[in-house]
Design a protein around this ligand. Structure first.
Ligand code: D5M
Ligand code: FE
Ligand code: ZN
Length: 481
């Protein structure tokens, strides 16, 4: 304990006072230079009133940090895969998954006027047509040879192959992700082949976003990697302590969202044990609990898993299983959800997704970089799917329903995983990559990944203004936006 805190405690105790534990927590976070004055004045006032206990209310009144009870803090889980997971098996499972993907996305695209002219892939095979037609499906293959690009699609009726001549359109094909849903405008070529004239994404329509009526703030975090020796425990603890401080923004924080990789996990990569300070999930969760306990109880905390957390690895991931940490589940201000989930914070819809698919997209798509995760996030919104590429690094479970289609449009899109805090906007949607609280790991150094850890991002849910705090002492460590 700091010596100023000990002094304040002893002063009050010697005057016959008791200090409530909640008040003690506030004292611990007060500027030490002001402690002596504060405690002496409170003791003098309360002695006059003949009340010999110092409680939270006394301190909050004195410090002017009494919670604004008008500040709304309503949280609803709008969708969570945890209870929907069925995991179909084998080929049948994947057929169901892809047909669910196709049907959901066709429904989304049916809001567009062109979709009235949509034809199934089987029906155009033998058709002779003069006017352009529209088809849709999942991308199965793309090939570029000399100046010609070929694109293959599949729908439940059959398959399609078309040719792209136009330069700009060829560039669009380069950025197409395998297994994503698109609509095409096609014409008949001279030798009966199909010519692709336009590529249309499901995308997000222009729309007004939902905002909170009160100025409550949400904090966006991810990738703490608790248990790793690179977890920035001191910096993170400083941030958590700030949440109880009299700072006017801190006083308005009502939500903390953790978008996965809260733990470093065990056995996630070869020889991980050499980089751990806590060797078991239980130990790592205990440490996480200790930190979460320091967050004021009027703040609601959402915890979603990432690829380092316990539970199933394949997407969609259920919430971190209760068996590892029932006490965390039982806390009133903690909500455990699966990955991905949609949460409403005072009516503001937040889509939380850890972001595993970013790896596949960066590796296969020209122009996509680890340093610019919000570009990838934009692309995911455009194709209305969180992890389109099947059969690459990101494991996807053969669910009967494709729970990774972005059906409901969020107001805020919260992703992590690549350890690069970055902000952006797309069609009115606030894009937040919440970075990390883990220093650069030897692996990241070896592949040239430079994270910007230790940045806390906070959003005013009424104005969508973003506020950030940088706990990293390295001056080159800055927020990207
Ligand atoms: O991942 C943080 C980032 O680092 C993410 O983009 C994946 C990448 N990463 C981390 N470890 C590996 C290995 N072993 N192979 C390939 N890519 C990796 P995180 O989920 O925090 O580990
Ligand atoms: Fe991570
Ligand atoms: Zn991750």
């Amino acid at each position: 304990m700091k010596k100023e805190v000990t002094f304040a405690l002893n002063y009050a105790l010697n005057k016959g006072f008791q200090i409530h534990p909640d008040a003690f927590k506030i004292l611990e976070n007060v500027d030490v230079r002001k402690l002596e004055k504060i405690i002496k004045e409170i003791v003098r006032e309360k002695t006059k009133q003949k009340l010999f206990q110092i409680n939270q209310d006394d301190l909050e009144t004195y410090l002017g940090i009494k919670e604004d009870s008008d500040l709304q803090s309503e949280i609803k889980v709008l969708s969570d895969p945890t209870l929907k997971i069925t995991s179909g098996e084998g080929v049948k499972g994947y057929n169901a998954l892809f047909s669910s993907r196709f049907n959901k996305l066709k429904r989304i695209i049916s809001d567009r006027p062109e979709s009235r002219m949509l034809k199934s892939l089987a029906s155009i095979k033998s058709a002779k047509f003069e006017d352009d037609l529209y088809v849709c499906g999942l991308v199965t293959e793309k090939k570029s040879e000399r100046n010609i690009t070929k694109l293959m699609l599949e729908d439940p009726s059959g398959s399609f192959e078309g040719i792209v001549f136009d330069d700009d359109l060829q560039k669009t094909v380069d950025t197409l992700l395998l297994d994503c849903f698109i609509m095409l405008r096609i014409g008949m070529g001279k030798n009966s082949g199909f010519i692709i004239k336009d590529i249309i994404f499901p995308d997000i329509p222009e729309q007004a976003v939902n905002k909170s009526e009160s100025e409550a703030y949400a904090v966006f975090l991810s990738d703490l990697h608790i248990g790793s020796k690179y977890f920035m425990e001191e910096e993170f603890s400083d941030f958590v302590a700030w949440l109880s401080s009299p700072d006017p923004v801190a006083r308005k924080i009502r939500f903390v969202l953790i978008g996965g990789d809260i733990l470093d996990g065990v056995g996630i990569y070869p020889n991980q044990n050499k980089e751990l300070v806590c060797q078991t999930i239980e130990e790592q969760l205990k440490k996480a609990e200790g930190l979460i306990d320091k967050i004021p109880k009027n703040i609601k905390i959402i915890i979603m898993p990432g690829n380092h957390d316990p539970g199933r690895r394949a997407l969609p991931q259920p919430a971190i299983p209760k068996k590892y940490n029932s006490s965390l589940w039982e806390r009133e201000n903690v909500i455990m959800v699966g990955n991905p989930s949609m949460i409403s914070l005072n009516g503001v819809k937040v889509l939380m997704f850890h972001g595993q698919s970013i790896d596949d997209i960066v590796k296969t798509t020209p122009g996509m970089k680890y340093d610019e995760p919000t570009n990838v996030m934009r692309h995911l919104l455009k194709v209305r799917h969180l992890s389109p590429i099947y059969g690459s690094q990101t494991p996807i479970a053969p669910e009967m329903e494709d729970l990774l289609v972005i059906e409901d449009i969020p107001d805020i899109f919260h992703v992590g995983h690549v350890h690069k805090a970055q902000l952006d906007m797309y069609k009115g949607i606030l894009l937040v990559n919440s970075g990390s609280w883990q220093k650069q790991t030897p692996f990241q150094t070896s592949v040239g990944m430079t994270p910007n850890p230790g940045i806390a991002l906070m959003v005013n849910l009424k104005t969508f203004q973003v506020f950030h705090q940088n706990y990293n002492s390295d001056l080159d460590n800055v927020l990207q936006s």
